[in-house]
Ligand binder design. Structure first.
Ligand code: ARG
Ligand code: ZN
Length: 844
């Protein structure tokens, strides 16, 4: 069943207040609801309908009189009075049997909830749509020592606790947690002097992994006050770590629930990358308190209203806490890897989709990451000051409302006087624009000629030109910048921009800071790329120049077996040796374009990528890198060892990332001696895992792998790493077999999404193994997705997207992938979630 944005109608009834009582029991929890409904004066009432799925209705009444509603799979209808009335119901649910992890479920003996997007309807009958906002009072009865819900605690006694959330909210922000939990407490004083109690709740044994998350939370609270003027609005803020969780984390009002992998951190068990990600996710969920909770979405088509903006805010936060250029480069790598792949395949959809079957399938890189890019472009176009003014107006005007993208754009339009009707296409047009550029030089005038086009995407054959903010600088022949960064605003399909009064022909630095999410096509040569790599003042474009050099070199190796390009290796060595450059930047420059990036690029230029050959040539390039600069690598490794106690901060993390990038290359020549020594000495997970990876990548390290297991087999999060590492570093021809062996390991549990993703996600993210010519990867993945689907449709549907680029490949691989997809589609009881994904992918 497809739902369309254009069919939106306002709710017939509003909810004044809601009281819920939970009588917790694993197999038979009773949920009692008392809901005050009033007719919506701005809408036709129509038939009274409450969502409800997989509920056993025990009793229902209206204004105290028992009623017998008509019940279907989706909910119930009932005759109701004309005016306001009170609905009461009691339902029974079985959290211990809920493996879909949506609604109320159990994880390691703890009760917890996940209601976004449409999970509340699995808890009780309710108008489960974001434009129905209400004040919740919740009573929890049960024998667990800790019982939490949204808002502030009001009262508690032996076996019960009551919570009241004064802020009206949609049901998707409801949360309940009950279990044997320990808190890591702290406090925060807000800018107006209000004292807030903070807690991170974990299972006993994990209390030593909370301190970093708590610091991140306090930094986020402070940052949102300073940068956006947003203050926290309850007496208490709780975070809970849960082992079984479909996504990263959830911003429930006053009670954020986190996948334990996104909050628990310790030097011994978490890598630098884990620390950075945890800090960003804590910030993200906290920032939702204003962008998501106080101002929420009218309907799920507007998901990017809260997600795009909140991702944008968390990226600003990370840029402020750490290195802004490094954050930008990492975000672009991620955007190209996930969002461009999506935007250029069968799953392409606009940032604001116009239809869906299962909304959970639209928590995508396009809605989140492209949604954030769109906000970055808007800010660049209107300027920082106008952006702040527009945001102030947004918060002031829409606080307490459920809004749309139109509301969002209107505050910018009104506060800047700018017409944003063309800009709005970024929300409605799917696909990645291609931006072609050529240059002319005449009489001291340098002209850039741009042409934009966006290829067709499913359901959108014709595309109109979009507003492209193109940040450009010009570098003179001696390496000096002759034109500092200026913003060109392209609105036409073809447009030229001139710079006059120049003494000599400059080299343009185009799309600085990646100012628009487009694919830039520009005919240039390696000499110019090397020149930009050496002289560009924009760190992003500097990195991009090196990236393009690497890519060109790899593409030539792939196309005709060329040797690794000496020019590239020389330019890279110069950059790596430049001690004025941030080590994190140098580590990024040393990383080659991914196998999938190369496959995307080959496909873009009309070739059929061969995953095996791409893998081999990347390996060959890495060997050539190791050969070309052995002393430099050894020096980098030695010079960037971090002495003393482990600190997860950006500085030491950057040093480690450069040292470990060097180690990976050095290991190809030293037989793994350095890595073995590092593994033996490591007192933190970053060093330990990097060393183990180096050893596995040279087909060594079995002893260390065993030692790693013995040391960590009781730590779930570290064991996830043990699973993914073995898959990721398996030889392509053995990867499917390795994955299968691990999936049958005693420590494998497909009901745990982290473990499933650690294992199968590692397979799908390793193109040479997943796309191995035998087809074993496809078959194995389909087998296991078919097994997982009846338990957990959401995670199954997500992992399905591994097949989205199937039409890129050769006929044999296409046939095998099609067969795998069709085998899934033929499962009679396939979930609607997975069916939608498989169908969209097959319709490519
Ligand atoms: N709103 C959450 C976040 O981005 C994501 C939760 C989505 N969950 C889901 N099952 N679709 O912070
Ligand atoms: Zn979010």
């Amino acid at each position: 069943q497809t739902i369309y944005l254009k069919d939106y109608t306002a709710p017939g009834w509003l909810v004044e207040e809601v009281h819920l009582t939970f009588r917790l029991a694993p197999e038979a929890t009773r949920v009692l609801s008392r809901i005050r409904f009033t007719p919506n004066p701005d809408a036709d009432q129509g038939q009274f309908f409450l969502h409800g799925e997989q509920l056993k209705l025990i009793s229902a009444s209206i204004d105290g009189t028992p009623v017998a509603p008509d019940i279907s799979e989706e909910g119930l209808t009932c005759a109701v009075p004309d005016g306001a009335f009170t609905w009461e119901a009691e339902v029974e649910i079985a959290p211990a049997k809920n493996f879909a992890l949506e609604g109320l479920y159990m994880s390691s003996g703890m009760y917890c909830t996940q209601c976004e997007a449409e999970g509340f309807r699995k808890i009780t009958y309710y108008p489960d749509r974001p434009d129905v906002m209400s004040v919740f009072t919740v009573r929890i009865e049960g024998d667990t020592p800790v019982k939490l819900s949204n808002g502030n605690p009001v009262a508690s006694g032996e076996g019960w606790a009551e919570w009241h959330d004064p802020w009206p909210k949609p049901a998707y922000l409801f949360a309940l947690v009950a279990g044997d939990l320990i808190n890591h407490p702290d406090r925060f004083t807000t800018m107006s002097g209000k004292d807030v109690e903070l807690n991170i709740w974990v299972r006993p044994g994990d209390e030593g992994k909370c301190a970093f998350g708590m610091e991140a939370l306090k930094k986020s609270m402070k940052w949102d006050e300073e940068v956006y003027g947003r203050e926290y609005d309850l007496d208490i803020f709780n975070i809970v770590a849960v082992d079984d969780f479909n996504m990263g984390a959830m911003e429930n009002k006053g009670l954020n629930i986190f996948n334990s992998s996104c909050v628990l951190a310790s030097p011994e068990t978490s890598t630098d990358a884990n620390f950075e990600r945890i800090e960003a996710i804590i910030a993200h969920e906290y920032f939702h308190n204003w962008t998501g909770n106080r101002i929420t979405c009218r309907d799920w088509f507007q998901l990017c209203l809260k997600e795009g903006l909140t991702v944008y805010r968390d990226s600003q936060f990370t840029s402020d806490m750490r290195s802004a250029p490094v954050k930008r480069i990492s975000d672009v790598i991620d955007l190209r890897a996930r969002q461009f792949r999506e935007d250029n395949g069968p799953l392409a959809h606009p940032v604001r989709p116009e239809s869906f079957q299962e909304i959970n399938n639209f928590y995508t890189a396009t809605v989140y990451e492209k949604g954030a890019e769109v906000i970055g472009m808007l800010k660049r176009l209107v300027g920082d000051e106008a952006y702040s003014k527009a945001l102030d107006l947004y918060f002031e005007r829409h606080d307490g409302q459920a809004c749309t993208i139109e509301d969002w754009l209107a505050v910018f339009q009104e506060s800047t006087g700018r017409d944003l009707s063309q800009f709005k296409r970024w929300y409605s047009q799917a696909g990645t624009p291609r931006l072609h550029v050529s240059e002319t030089w005449e009489d001291g005038t340098f002209t850039l000629h741009f042409r934009q086009e966006t290829p067709p995407t499913p359901g959108q054959p014709d595309k109109a030109p979009q507003v492209l903010p193109i940040a450009v600088g010009l570098i003179g022949p001696n390496g000096d910048e002759v034109q500092e960064t200026t913003l060109l605003e392209m609105t036409e399909a073809e447009q030229s921009f001139s710079f006059s009064g120049l003494g000599a022909r400059p080299v343009p630095s185009i799309l600085r800071e990646f100012s628009a999410p487009v694919i830039l096509h520009r005919d240039t040569d390696n000499a110019e790329r090397a020149f930009l790599l050496a002289h560009d003042t924009d760190p992003y474009n500097r990195w991009e120049a090196g990236r393009t050099l690497a890519k060109q070199a790899l593409l030539r190796m792939i196309a005709d077996g060329a040797e690794a390009d000496a020019g590239y290796l020389g330019a890279l060595a110069t950059l790596l040796a430049d001690e004025t450059l941030d080590p994190a930047f140098r580590a990024l420059a040393m990383a080659l374009p991914s196998e999938d990036d190369l496959a995307q690029t080959l496909h873009e230029s009309g070739h059929v990528p061969d995953p095996q050959r791409i893998w081999e040539k990347r390996q060959e390039m890495r060997s050539a890198m190791a050969e070309a600069m052995p002393d430099l690598l050894a020096n980098l490794y030695a010079a960037h060892q971090v002495p003393g106690e482990y600190q997860p901060d950006a500085g030491p993390a950057a040093a480690r990332s450069l040292a470990n990038s060097a180690l990976a290359l050095l290991s190809r020549r030293d037989g793994g001696d350095r890595a073995r020594a590092q593994f033996a000495e490591a007192d933190n997970m970053t060093q330990q895992l990097a060393a183990l990876s180096c050893l596995l990548s040279i087909e060594d390290g079995q002893t260390e792998l065993k030692a790693f297991y013995d040391q960590w087999h009781d730590d779930r999060l570290v064991m996830d790493k043990w699973f993914s590492l073995q898959v990721a570093y398996a030889r392509p021809d053995q990867m499917a077999a390795t994955t299968e062996r691990l999936a049958n390991h005693l420590d494998f549990d497909m009901k745990n999404p982290n473990r499933f993703r650690a294992t199968f996600g590692a397979l799908t993210m390793s193109p040479a193994g997943f796309h191995h010519a035998s087809g074993a990867g496809y078959k194995l993945l389909a087998d296991w997705l078919i097994k997982l689907d009846p338990l957990n449709p959401q995670t199954t549907a997500r992992v399905c997207s591994a097949f989205q680029s199937w039409t890129r490949y050769d006929a044999d691989r296409q046939a095998m992938m099609r067969e795998a997809l069709e085998r899934m589609a033929a499962q009679p009881k396939l979930s609607p979630d997975t069916r939608e994904m498989v169908t969209r992918i097959l319709n490519a």
